[in-house]
Design a protein around this ligand. Sequence first.
Ligand SMILES: [Zn+2]
Length: 123
Amino acid sequence: MKIKCDICRQEFEKIYQDDMFCDKCLYQINLEQAETKDKLVLFLKSEWYDKIEAGRKTHEYRRQSAHWRKRLDCFYKTVEFHRGYTKTKMLFEVTDMRLVDGKDTDLHINELVYDIELGRRMK
Ligand SMILES: [Zn+2]
């Protein structure tokens, strides 16, 4: 059964009796309640690393796999990118974390994905 989310008013599929919020809004609520951590470390293929370094990519996306669900269940102040498994790295401020539709991202998948929005480069 489809119902309207109590926060954003968008329709979503109700699964449990007490569902009131869509997955996107639920993620925001959980982030606000979780502790904030200092740094998320990500290893990237050189192609993606270079795009971010050149300022041509300002969002990093991750699937909602069990692995990422566990790691991205709290807000991080910064994200450190490594160029492959090397010591070449850079540090960015994180300005926002949210769930977005994956088909609009470079993952091109039809499900909600994590969107880590990058702010200024710090190192
Ligand atoms: Zn909502």
